[in-house]
Design a protein around this ligand. Structure first.
Ligand SMILES: Nc1nc2c(ncn2[C@@H]2O[C@H](COP(=O)(O)OP(=O)(O)OP(=O)(O)O)[C@@H](O)[C@H]2O)c(=O)[nH]1
Ligand SMILES: [Mg+2]
Length: 413
């Protein structure tokens, strides 16, 4: 057994059966920060303790472990309040960071475009501002374990006033980028479809698979088995063989307990989602905790204000399933971006949803289903209506996306 631990990770067991998942995810976040070998510590609690996150006894245990294995870094699986961070650092006399810092650091090391670098730096400064004391070891780079990727100059030089100035400037820069983004979005005449979902669920791979299916000359996007492979939104025009087209948008993935500042500063990038005509909520159905991941994504979508945008739940990676799988949602589809299973069905479903094609049909609606006539009047275009003895005879154009409602009343030819 190798005892060369990079850090101790501390996770609370809330008794909800998810402790293994939480611990694994935290270890993955560590790995993305090059902390590959972590010593796991957990404590059963209803909620984090106000003063020190865990009990004092647990902190003493952590201290002992740190001494025995010569570990200098301790990582907590929640965002610590500024006072918790300060208290814990003073008590342990070790370098202390939290889940938010880990996530911010991954984003900082992966951000490549000007916009995403500004967004991450802004989130980092806002996170750091009230925590300068507690983070002193990480920020001064005297700490042993954590290679903090700072948002700019040597962090030792940073004081509160300098950070406030930086925040002000970055917010202004972002506002300007946002104005040009909004202008660009306004000018767009094509319908847009956004790929949204938990990190590593396969959004980028689906984008590439659709590009390949319809547009083999278009540039592919980066897709890899790692957390937060995508940090910038990419748009690609997808054109069907009948020349109808739409814009497909790949977006940054979500993770549970995404730092609030990060969601906020990424709001302009994520605006591509709020302005879309259809959201494809991508789910890794082979992940045993996919339901939790769905909830996390739905919460972020709520926070962004996407309630009125139609959602199609896309259960991806079905090639990895051993057993039969039945999605809960009615508006769902199972696919595999890897094998191509159901990709054409996905494309057709997108087409139906956003291109709103209509078909003229003749319907025989029984009188006990007369409420459907109101529905038709509201949403479709009635061309002719006749009240017969046994049914109502209607000629109407119906949007393809609603056709399933009327399918069984279609007059047989
Ligand atoms: N077996 C299998 N693997 C898949 C499938 N779709 C994606 N993957 C793999 O899952 C990993 C993550 O895929 P990405 O497309 O990068 O995931 P993402 O949702 O864009 O992730 P982020 O950009 O980090 O949010 C990659 O290794 C893909 O090859 C699938 O249908 N089946
Ligand atoms: Mg991606």
């Amino acid at each position: 057994m190798e005892n060369n631990y990079d850090a101790i990770i501390v996770t609370i067991d809330y008794g909800d059966g998810l402790i293994d998942y939480y611990e694994k995810e935290l270890a993955n976040l560590c790995e993305a920060n090059d902390l590959n070998n972590v010593y796991k510590v957990r404590q059963k609690l209803d909620k984090p303790k106000v003063g020190y996150y865990v009990g004092i006894g647990k902190l003493d245990e952590i201290k002992m472990i740190a001494t025995s294995y010569d570990i200098e870094l301790v990582i907590f699986n929640d965002e610590l309040s500024p006072s918790q961070l300060r208290n814990i650092e003073n008590y342990l006399n070790l370098e202390v960071i939290d889940r938010s810092m880990l996530i911010l650091n991954i984003f900082a090391s992966r951000a490549k475009t000007n916009e995403s670098m500004i967004e991450v730096a802004l989130a980092q400064y806002k996170y750091m501002l009230p925590r300068l004391v507690g983070l002193s070891r990480s920020l001064s780079r005297q700490g042993g374990g954590f290679n903090a990727k700072g948002p700019g100059e040597t962090q030792l030089e940073l004081d509160r006033r300098k950070i406030e100035k930086r925040i002000y400037k970055l917010e202004n820069d972002l506002k300007q980028i946002n104005v040009s983004r909004q202008n660009r979005i306004k000018k767009r005449s094509d319908k847009t479809v956004a790929l949204v979902g938990y990190t590593n669920s396969g959004k980028s791979k689906i984008m590439n698979a659709l590009i390949e299916m319809f547009q083999d000359n278009k540039k592919k996007v980066f897709s890899k088995d790692m957390l937060f492979a995508t940090l910038t939104t990419s748009n690609r025009k997808i054109t069907f063989p009948d020349n109808q087209s739409f814009i497909l948008t790949d977006t940054v993935g979500f993770v549970s307990k995404l730092p609030h500042h990060l969601v906020n500063s990424f709001k302009s990038t994520l605006q591509e989602i709020t302005e879309s005509d259809l959201i494809l909520h991508i789910i890794d159905c082979a992940n045993p905790n996919y339901k939790l991941q769905i909830d996390v994504t739905n919460k972020v979508l709520d926070e962004l204000g996407c309630k009125d945008i139609p959602i199609l739940y896309v259960y991806n990676k079905c090639d990895l399933l051993d057993e039969q799988f039945f999605p809960e949602e009615e508006n769902s589809i199972m696919i595999s971006a890897k094998t191509g299973f159901n990709l054409r069905l996905l494309a057709n479903t997108i087409k139906k949803e956003i291109l709103n094609e209509v078909e003229t049909v003749e319907l025989l609606i029984p009188y006990d289903k007369a409420n459907l006539v109101n529905k038709l009047k509201e949403n479709e275009n009635i061309l002719k209506i006749e009240y017969l003895d046994t049914s109502i005879n209607i000629l109407a154009t119906i949007q393809n996306k609603n056709m399933h409602i009327y399918e069984k009343y279609k007059k047989a030819l």
